[in-house]
Design a protein around this ligand. Structure first.
Ligand code: GUN
Ligand code: ZN
Length: 432
C-alpha cells in the first residue's frame, strides 16, 4: 500500500538543535515543543506547528497527543547475527567469541539463513525504536548482501559491510585478502549510495586480520571516498594485550588502525575503554567516533568507558547496543546503562547528553545530520512515538516530576521498547 504523501503527527516533539554541555540539565540545545503537529511530505519532515493549529484535510492526521515524538534512534554498533547469542552466560570477550559467537556466525554462510536473520534483525530494531544503524553481519558476503536488501525493502538508513577476518578464527569464518577485496569492491559497487545504504569497510578487530588484510582495508577506504570503516578497539584488557603482542611496532592498539589508514572521519570504533590521551587526541584529529556500548561493557565485564575524557579531548562519542554483547536492542536501555557507567566514575550524564548521542550527535558524527537524527525540516521522517510511562511506577514517577529534565530522565531510565507506540520510517508507519 502506498503511504499518504502528506501526514501530520500530533504529540510532544523533542529533539536537539545544538550539542548539550556536559552536566547541564537546563540546556538551550534542547528543542521541546509540547502538543505540536509534525508535518511530513513525501517521506521528509517539512515543518511543525502548534496543536491548536490543525493542518487542513490534505494532511492525513495521526493523533499521538500525550505521547513523546523523537527522531528514531541511531545505533552505531550492533551485530545482526548475534540475536542468537544475546544473554549468553559466564564469559569475558575472547572466551565469549569462541564459545558462543563464532559458532552462531557460521550459520550465516547459508543465503537462506542470512536472509531470514537479516529480516528478523531489522524488524526487531524497528520494534525497539531504532531506525538507523551501523551493523556487523558476518564474514560471509551473502550476509552483507542480505542485510542491504532487507534494509532497502524497509526504506531504512543502514551502514554495513562484509566482516574482514583472515586469521585467529575457526573454519568457515575466515576469508583471504584477495577474495575479500573482490567481495568488498563488488558490494560497494552494488550497494554504496543506493537508496539509503552505505558501505562500511568492516574489520572485525585487529587480532583477526593479518597486517596484509589491514593494509587492503585501508586501501579500500582510500580508493572509495565516502565509505565508512567500522571495527572494535580497546574493549577488554586481554584483548588489548593480545593486539599489542601481534602489532609490537604500533604505539597503541588504536595506532594499529591509524597506521593502516583506517582512522578517518567516517570511522566508527566500538568501545575504546582502554585508550590513553594520545589515542583520544588521534580520534579528535581524525574525526573518528567511539561507539560507546555500555550494556555490552557491563555484561562482558569489559570496563568503564571514560566519556568525560573523550569529551574533554574533543573526540566524538555516540551510543550503541552492541548486541549480542549488549543485552537489549533498545537504546533507552543503553542510555540508562551509560548513566550508571558514568556514575561509577563520579560523573553525571544528563538525559540531554545521552539522548543527543543517540540521535543528532550520532548523525553528525556519521555526517548524516541533514538526513537523520532530528526533526528539522529536510530530514527524513524517521520518527518514533513513545509513551511517557508504562505501568504504575513510571506513571507515578512522572506525575511528581518537577521539570522537563526530570521527566525525560525518568522516561529514559524507566522506559524500554514497551513504551514504543509507533515507528515511522521515511514517513511510512511500520506495523508492529
Ligand atoms: N571484538 C571482536 N568481535 C567482537 C564482537 O563480536 N563483539 C564485541 N563486543 N567485541 C568484539
Ligand atoms: Zn561489537
Amino acid at each position: 500500500m502506498t503511504p499518504p504523501s502528506r501526514l501530520a503527527l500530533r504529540g510532544d516533539l523533542l529533539d536537539f538543535t545544538a550539542t548539550p554541555d556536559w552536566g547541564a540539565t537546563a540546556s538551550a540545545a534542547v528543542r521541546y515543543r509540547p502538543d505540536h503537529w509534525l508535518l511530513i511530505d513525501a517521506g521528509r519532515i517539512v515543518g511543525a506547528q502548534p496543536g491548536a493549529q490543525a493542518p487542513d484535510a490534505s494532511w492525513a492526521q495521526f493523533d499521538h497527543r500525550g505521547q513523546l515524538i523523537l527522531p528514531g534512534f541511531i545505533d552505531t554498533h550492533v551485530h545482526s547475527p548475534q540475536l542468537d547469542v544475546i544473554a549468553s552466560y559466564g564469559t569475558e570477550l575472547l572466551d565469549w567469541l569462541n564459545t558462543y559467537t563464532f559458532p552462531a556466525e557460521q550459520r550465516y554462510a547459508d543465503a537462506g539463513e542470512a536472509a531470514a536473520g537479516a529480516a528478523r534483525f531489522l524488524d526487531a530494531l524497528l520494534a525497539h525504536g531504532t531506525t538507523s544503524a551501523v551493523v556487523f553481519p558476518t564474514v560471509h558476503k551473502v550476509s552483507a548482501d542480505a542485510l542491504f536488501a532487507a534494509a532497502q525493502a524497509r526504506g531504512m538508513r543502514l551502514i554495513t559491510g562484509k566482516v574482514l577476518m583472515d586469521r585467529h578464527a575457526p573454519d568457515g569464518l575466515r576469508d583471504d585478502v584477495a577474495q575479500a577485496e573482490r567481495d568488498c569492491v563488488d558490494l560497494i559497487q552494488r550497494w554504496h549510495g543506493t537508496d539509503r545504504l552505505a558501505y562500511a569497510v568492516t574489520v572485525r578487530f585487529a587480532p583477526t586480520s593479518t597486517p596484509e588484510q589491514l593494509a587492503m582495508a585501508g586501501g579500500l577506504c582510500q580508493s572509495h571516498p565516502g565509505v565508512y570503516m567500522q571495527t572494535h578497539v580497546a574493549e577488554n584488557r586481554d584483548e588489548v594485550r593480545w593486539a599489542r603482542e601481534l602489532f609490537p611496532e604500533a604505539r597503541s592498539y588504536l595506532d594499529v588502525y591509524a597506521r593502516a589508514g583506517l582512522l578517518n572521519e567516517r570511522s566508527v570504533l566500538a568501545h575504546g575503554i582502554w585508550l590513553d590521551d594520545a589515542d583520544r587526541a588521534a580520534l579528535r584529529d581524525s574525526g573518528a567516533q567511539i561507539a560507546h556500548s555500555p550494556s555490552s561493557n557491563l555484561f562482558l565485564g569489559s570496563g568503564l568507558f571514560d566519556w568525560r575524557a573523550a569529551e574533554a579531548a574533543g573526540a566524538a562519542v555516540s551510543v550503541a547496543t552492541d548486541v549480542g554483547g549488549g543485552t537489549s536492542l533498545c537504546q533507552l536501555k543503553s542510555l540508562a546503562d551509560a548513566y550508571k557507567v558514568q556514575a561509577m566514575a563520579g560523573q553525571r550524564l544528563t538525559a540531554w547528553k545521552a539522548l543527543h548521542a543517540a540521535t543528532r550527535g550520532a548523525a553528525q558524527a556519521l555526517h548524516l545530520a541533514d538526513e537523520i537524527g532530528s526533526l528539522e525540516p529536510g530530514c527524513m521522517a524517521d520518527v518514533c512515538v513513545w509513551d511517557w510511562a508504562a505501568g504504575p511506577v513510571a506513571q507515578r514517577r512522572l506525575a511528581v516530576a518537577h521539570d522537563l529534565h526530570e521527566k525525560v530522565f525518568a522516561w529514559m531510565t524507566l522506559g524500554d521498547e514497551r513504551n514504543l507506540a509507533a515507528t515511522y520510517v521515511a514517513g511510512r508507519r511500520i506495523q508492529a
